[in-house]
Design a protein around this ligand. Structure first.
Ligand code: 13P
Length: 251
């Protein structure tokens, strides 16, 4: 299975920065085999980035959507709008959305449904806080988030959802999960999926890791059996660094 490497630029970069990133990154990505790169820039860059990425294998994703199709929702952006801007993917349920914008599992599940209805591939983020890990409730938290966010999603639809395990304490801290912690969480998530959908679909589900991934630790994550890719924040902002992450040899 090819690995998927996703850049989450968060609230960073203007048009000029994005153009110089793509120019540099496109040169390096040509050499990259057996992996798929996705870039998720801020909404304002989507249309132009779609043009910049034409002719390359790099895919485009959004960082969020609102679940309604259209109407009086000032400041919001729908699934069909990001689709129209050229997105193939959307990140949903990121811990920063949960933490700073009070997004609940219930709201996230509505967004998941809307994204799928509009033929977007979903990158659904789940993960525990440090306090929850220290309380030994990691598995409980992962199970609740996964089951609630995937409520009303059919077995068939799950094929278009990747799960991103992002422990909150590892995001932007430089303190990545150890291989053992990631392996354990990914294995658990796959076992949960096998209860929600059929065994084959669970075995083929894409489960990716996020949290302080960089060019020095990427190889450790890629070696783990149930890690099918990574979701990268800070280290995806520099084209050379993200290219190094994308070129890690996958055995
Ligand atoms: P960092 O790679 O900066 O830790 O961010 C991870 C993340 O939140 C990706 O969605």
């Amino acid at each position: 299975m090819p690995k998927i490497l996703i850049a989450n630029w968060k609230m960073n970069k203007d048009l000029k920065d994005a153009a110089s990133f793509i120019k540099a990154f496109k040169k390096d990505i040509k050499k990259i085999k057996n992996s798929a790169a996705v870039i998720c820039p801020p909404f304002t860059l989507l249309h132009e980035m779609k043009k910049m990425l034409r002719g390359s294998s790099i895919k485009l994703g959004a960082q969020n959507i609102y679940f309604e199709e259209k109407g009086a929702f000032t400041g919001e952006i729908s699934a069909s709008m990001v689709k129209d801007a050229g997105c193939e993917y959307v990140i949903l349920g990121h811990s920063e959305r949960r933490q700073y914008f009070n997004e609940s599992d219930e709201l996230i599940s509505k967004k998941v449904k809307s994204a799928l209805k509009n033929s977007l591939k979903v990158i659904l983020c789940i993960g525990e806080t440090l306090e929850q890990r220290n309380n030994n409730s990691t598995f409980n938290v992962l199970q609740n988030q996964l089951e609630r966010c995937l409520k009303d999603v059919s077995e068939k639809e799950i094929e278009n959802i990747s799960i991103a395990y992002e422990p909150v304490w590892a995001i932007g801290t430089g303190k990545n999960a150890t291989s053992e912690q990631a392996e354990e969480a990914h294995k658990f998530i796959r076992s949960l999926l096998s209860k929600i959908c059929n065994k084959n679909a669970a075995a083929n589900a894409i489960i990716i890791y996020g949290g302080s991934v960089n060019e020095n630790n990427i190889a450790d994550f890629m070696r783990i059996k149930d890690v099918n890719g990574v979701l990268v924040g800070g280290a995806s902002l520099n084209p050379e660094t993200f290219a190094k992450i994308c070129s890690v040899r996958v055995l």
